[in-house]
Design a protein. Sequence first.
Length: 179
Amino acid sequence: MTPEHRAILERMGASARVVRRVVEAAASGRFAEPPREGEWSALETLTHLRDVVVHVYGLRIRRLLYEEAPLFADFDEEGFRRASLVRGEKTGDLLETIVAEHEQLARLLGHCPTPSGRAKVATPRSASCPSSFSPGGSASTPRSTRRRSRQRRTPAERETIGWVAPVADHIASSCEVSL
């Protein structure tokens, strides 16, 4: 395993621990309330994170590992998030799924040989691939959240937990949890 590969796996574990710490520190009564008009509540943000971790990253990583030329279709983030909110999923269940998926993906990726080349990936012209989740946020992370995330964390902290930083910061901000 290369040092870069090991660093990615370590970031995955750190990301899951940060989300767990924030969610467990937050008052459960605050999860459904958006912090400001027009922003997602912590529950919506956590639901979005679970959906992306499972249905975008988890599914796509598994398909890359097990299929010769995987086809990645569109991911209806808004539809998945709304359906999850209607089902009334509990915060603890969302959290456990996020952490378990991070752990499972780390196990799968930890057993991968260092690739000598990239897999061929077929993407339909109409499909939208997931945005790059960088420490600065993604297209689906509200700008105000990305701004708050950059202000609260040092560059080293953002690098350690990667793309989850703005998500954890939004949940913490929504529930008034200090990190």
